[in-house]
Design a protein around this ligand. Structure first.
Ligand code: SF4
Ligand code: SF4
Length: 439
């Protein structure tokens, strides 16, 4: 368990949901520390397995999903403790995630595991082109087949990608893929896609997908609710990402202080946003006192329990970076959402909900005169801060084809005015630009 269990209130605020990401990844030793170490004993075990819709597979209620770093020894500890679901992609860590899984599953009963991976289908003209990429994934995963090959559609129309569907049919015959799936955050670029719920509801309607991957958390219920409801009726397997929406006040504050020290300009509007955030921090103090919190883990644990308590959800994918993650996450397996958790989450939403740029949202993007991909940039920032995937986040940001957030410095903040959740997103975008820009 974390060495920082006995934090006092000041430390708690600095390292908590309002500052760092909370339980697990940020309170524990980092991925580098975990990698190559001998596994410490993990007492927590998976307590609940749920039938993954029409696939029939009994999946652990907590699965492994991350965007980049998979320390193999940590993955082995999670497997030993009963985790049997993996969500990965050829793109996570430029194939490194698949390689780490391949190492972790070596010598285990392959049939006891469910591995979902994703390929980028842009520019793939036919089944042969998809097969060439799939074979590379299979080689990295050290397996003959994946249980699910997932499409990442950005519009409702693209769920009918016939190259994908024809390839799936062929791969099923060959035994290389067992099931099809769709997962998305919605539009990646302003004006070039549609919201997550539009896309995944179209996937449900299409009828050919067996598994979905969607964003769902206690601050962002509505789109996920619609998808879970419709997909449950068709008995699809339902897996969740971005279940932890906790805000990051102190990271933001510290970065602004650093920018000041480095002589970078902090303009009047950014200063004003900072003052608003300072107000939120005061509310956070009150929030901590009101709820009698002792460790940062409590808020994040309640956020994860919110998802786990939903019977329509089969597997909640979490980023396992450390042995502490294995212990802390698996301690939540089978957990329900208690009265105290509900009070905590409602209170957090009221006091701190405005710090979270909702994943899979993008409502404000149409207001931006510069075409900044607000939601995608904030997601990359999430990878950097909450998942410890700094390199990946910076590379993705560098590769972004639309305007970058440097445009926000001289802007009146039209997006901010359009945000229904009151997110001080202009400031957050300016900070994200500084953080994500390669030196
Ligand atoms: S700033 Fe607000 S409207 Fe814009 S993407 Fe984030 S949550 Fe949605
Ligand atoms: S601050 Fe201005 S430039 Fe930046 S995303 Fe918002 S509207 Fe666009």
């Amino acid at each position: 368990m974390s060495k920082r269990k006995g934090l006092d209130r000041r430390d708690f605020i600095k390292a908590s949901a309002f500052g760092l990401a909370g339980v697990g990844t940020t309170l524990a030793a980092g991925p580098a520390a975990a990698s190559g170490q001998t596994a410490p004993p993990v007492s927590a075990k998976i307590k609940s397995y749920r039938t993954l819709g029409r696939t029939g597979f009994k999946a652990s209620d907590i699965g492994i999903g991350t965007s980049q770093t998979f320390p193999t020894e940590v993955l082995k500890a999670a497997l030993d403790a009963g985790v049997n679901y993996f969500d990965t992609s050829e793109g996570y860590g430029r194939g490194q995630a698949e390689r780490s899984i391949g190492e972790a599953i070596k010598g285990r009963d392959r049939k006891s595991l469910f591995i979902t991976t994703k390929l980028r289908f842009d520019g793939l003209a036919d089944t042969a082109a998809v097969a060439a990429k799939l074979d590379q994934s299979l080689e990295r995963l050290q397996t003959d087949y994946v249980d699910c090959l997932m499409l990442g559609p950005s519009t409702a129309a693209s769920v009918k990608n016939e190259v994908y569907h024809q390839a799936i049919e062929e791969f099923k015959k060959q035994g290389k893929v067992r099931f099809s799936g769709a997962g998305t955050h919605g539009s990646r670029m302003p004006g070039q896609g549609e919201p997550m719920d539009t896309i995944l509801l179209a996937a449900v309607e299409d009828g050919r997908f067996d598994v979905l991957l969607l964003v769902y958390n206690f601050l962002q219920k509505e789109p996920g609710e619609k998808i879970l409801e419709a997909a449950s009726k068709k008995n699809l397997g339902l897996t969740i990402m971005k279940s932890n929406p906790l805000g990051r006040y102190y990271d933001t504050k510290n970065r602004i202080e650093q920018m000041t020290k480095d002589g970078q300009p902090i303009d009047e509007r950014m200063q004003k946003s900072m003052e608003q955030m300072a107000e939120t921090a005061k509310q956070a103090e009150a929030f901590i006192q009101k709820n009698g919190l002792k460790t940062p883990a409590e808020v994040k644990a309640a956020a994860l329990k919110f998802v786990l308590a939903d019977a329509r959800v089969h597997t909640l994918n979490l980023a396992f970076n450390t042995f502490d993650d294995v212990q802390n996450f698996l301690a939540l397996s089978g957990a329900g959402l208690g009265g105290k958790d509900r009070v905590l989450l409602a209170s957090y939403e009221k006091d701190c909900g405005s710090l979270y740029c909702r994943h899979a949202c993008g409502v404000c993007e149409s207001e931006c005169p510069s075409g900044v991909a607000v939601n995608t940039i904030m997601r990359y920032n999430h990878y950097f801060e909450a998942q410890g995937s700094e390199k990946y986040a910076m590379e993705e940001y560098a590769a972004l084809e639309t305007a970058k957030a440097d445009a926000c410095r001289t802007c009146a903040g039209w997006c901010e005015r359009a945000c229904p959740y009151g997110v001080p997103v202009r400031t957050l975008l300016c900070l994200a630009h500084t953080q994500l820009t390669l030196p």
